[in-house]
Design a protein around this ligand. Structure first.
Ligand code: ATP
Length: 339
């Protein structure tokens, strides 16, 4: 087992961890997220776009999508290749052992193939992180990199720390060591997602990288602050807040998604909603508008479910059988027509 890297678990981090666990459970068992293959695909594309945009790849999300769909995209060949590489690396994510150095190198090869000289290998020279001309971080001396990585993975494998916390520590320590000549950011993010996905597979489809991209200055600052403090506590806190933000967003999206589609509407029911689009109509007028005979069976079958679903409402709700009764669209009904 390698040496324990220096970290503190702050109260805020512990609080985020509790919220993450709760929200992941809700996302997994209380929503359709696990089965939403279309969303998984969109999220994967967001992940790739974001992780590459952090390192300066200029392709938009639409262009990244087009590249993956095999379409011709006008852009730098190196940027297009980065997209294809990242897609392949994330596609194989669940096949990697997060504590195997061989898999770490294999993933780096996929991520950087044909683009980086030492692809799939630890670097042989020194490397730094620069802000313009200024070096803000110098990676470990190359002769120490293999051992430092062995130690790190050895510690992580043996540690019983919660995987969410471990994933953040690994990400930070990978950046500190900076084991590759290029692709350290992409690999740190991939490896964090891998650890999370091994804890709960839904993380393979959570675009955590998009929060890091949207908060890139804070992401870099958190690494720098942790580095100054020689303690990854602030970085753990930052990444846990990012994880919580993205899963809360996904959970919210799912709830909306489910609410919206509680019942399938028939063509006749859509015609009723359309007839009421800008008008308030009586029962007789509704049926006249959709060209149907408005007997009570038709009312029960077509109109009542719309009332029950809250898509339309009565103008005289206290007296359902009033001669003055008319019907109008609710806000939910208007929304439904917009879809
Ligand atoms: N002060 C710092 N110390 C150590 N690592 C840092 C620091 N600031 C940023 N980093 C990390 O270094 C990464 C950049 O390293 P490198 O250029 O090798 O990675 P990349 O994958 O090619 O590009 P990028 O990470 O920018 O996507 C950043 O993404 C970030 O994860």
């Amino acid at each position: 087992m390698g040496n324990k890297p220096p970290y503190t678990i702050t109260e805020k981090a512990a609080d985020y961890l509790a919220k993450i666990v709760e929200t992941v459970t809700r996302l997994e068992f209380g929503t359709e997220f696990k089965r939403d293959i279309k969303l998984h695909r969109e999220n994967r594309l967001r992940t790739i776009h974001s992780s590459l945009a952090i390192e300066g790849n200029s392709l938009s999300l639409g262009e990244v999508t087009a590249v993956i769909e095999g379409k011709v995209v006008a852009g730098k060949q190196t940027e297009i290749k980065e997209v294809k590489n990242a897609y392949e690396a994330y596609d194989k994510i669940m096949t990697f052992d997060p504590y195997a150095i061989g898999d770490f190198l294999k993933a780096h090869r996929l991520m950087t193939q044909s683009l980086v000289k030492e692809s799939g290998k630890f670097r042989s020279g020194d490397v730094g992180v620069f802000d313009g001309e200024a070096a803000i971080h110098i990676g470990a001396r190359p002769q120490f990199v293999p051992q430092l990585m062995e130690d790190l993975f050895g510690w992580a494998k043996a540690s019983e720390l919660h995987p969410v916390l471990k994933s953040a520590i690994l990400h930070y320590e990978i950046e500190t060591i900076h084991p590759f000549s290029d692709g350290n950011g992409r690999m740190g993010r991939l490896w964090q997602t891998l650890l999370l996905a091994k804890w709960n597979a839904i993380f393979a489809w959570i675009p955590m990288e998009s929060v890091l991209y949207q908060n890139r200055p804070q992401y870099y600052q958190a690494i720098e602050n942790a580095s100054k403090a020689n303690d990854s506590g602030v970085f753990i806190e930052f990444t846990l807040s990012a994880i919580y933000e993205i899963i809360a967003e996904q959970a919210k999206h799912q709830v909306k998604h489910e609410d919206k589609h509680q019942v399938e509407l028939s063509d006749t029911q859509f015609a009723v909603l359309n007839a009421l689009k800008n008008k308030t109509l009586s029962r007789k007028d509704i049926f006249a508008a959709i060209g149907m005979n408005g007997d009570s069976r038709s009312f029960k079958r077509h109109i009542e479910p719309l009332l029950d679903e809250g898509l339309i409402e009565m103008t005289v709700p206290d007296k359902p059988n009033s001669r003055m009764q008319k019907y109008r669209l609710t806000e939910a009904g208007k929304e439904r027509l917009k879809e």
